[in-house]
Design a binder for this molecule. Sequence first.
Ligand SMILES: [Ca+2]
Ligand SMILES: [Ca+2]
Length: 424
Amino acid sequence: MSAACKLLAVLVLLLGLLASGVAPAQALTRTAQDPFVAEVLRLTNQYRAGAGLPPVVWNQSIANVSQAWAEEQNRRISKDTFTMEDIHREGYGSWQIPAGWDWYTENIGINNTARQIVDWWMASSVHRAGMLNPRATDIGVGWMKTTHPDYHGMYVVVENLAGYPATRATLPQVDLSSFREGDIAAVDAAGNLFAYPSAGGGDMWNRIWISSGWKDAAQIEVADWNADGIQDIVARRSNGNLTVSYGLVLGGLAAPRTIGFGGWSGFDIEVTRWMTADRFPGIIARELASGKAYYYANPSGGTHGARSYLGSGFKNSDTFTVDYDADGRMDLVARTAAGTGQLTLYRSNGAGAFLAETRRIIGSSGWNKITHLSTLPNHLGDGGAGFLARDTSGNIRYYKVTKNKTAAAVYIGRGGWESLKLGS
Ligand SMILES: [Ca+2]
Ligand SMILES: [Ca+2]
């Protein structure tokens, strides 16, 4: 037995059924209470939950078909007739499982533990696609422990997944919750993350629970970090790391992935396409102690890249980005303490640098009563620019920006917003 065969798994999608198959005799019944089966089931559903998918449910009739094939594979291993070429039976077991399915697949693996089996499948795109298929509803798992000396007691595992409309009707609906550009993200004191969908300029009374576990989020930003068309959440954590939680096609967020390792506690961040040529949005980071601003590139939609120096003078400031003059080049707006609080415009050249010019004051007074500022693009669904502000009375306001002009504030939430950590 070659080493290459010690880790194997094959999945073939059903394209057509060509000839009749014969189910081998079955000796054992493995139920969902079998510890090995239970672990495969638990891990499979854990990965599905992580992808925002409903669980698959145990189907003993399918499991009997899985078990029969695991026994046949084990017989072949024992007799040294096992081959990769015919690791799947004709029809892949689809003729033996109960009728009525509208989707079906089979995964096979040989390895030492349930986790190694499932993780191997997750690392293989075709097997992963089967396990994380939104149409899957029912699962069966069978296994044998081989006694062939070359296999050192490894498990031969067959997993069959099928989609049955009748089961689907009993499962939770696929989570369609996701952030869209123009929505507001909010974390409450208990660490729950909510999406407040844009009400197109109206009151944002509605909210959707997304996930828990955000208590250590010091700052959150809504942005499409990997530029796949789905909004993600970039967070600065209290341990100084930066994470991204990618938005999923079917709604919800993937588990957070660390994209910045330590040292971010001393910075305020905003995720923005600062350079016109940026494929992915990067991070403007203001160092709180020095008031210096930097731009961290995002070369691949994953871990952040190198930083470049932008400028200084942002101590005790608050900032957001918006293309204020609508020239296609992102600009920075800084709230300063002058008078009763002003907004100062730092236009950029689209290539990473501020323009050398006299700074224009675009908000003359009263901005010291604002406790949160962040860019809020496309809030009205028209692709337009704007920003979000929270005042000391706990109201949130939307300011639409058209070329060189800030419209009057629209109150999109009245009262109660002061206890939330906001991001947009
Ligand atoms: Ca994304
Ligand atoms: Ca501009």
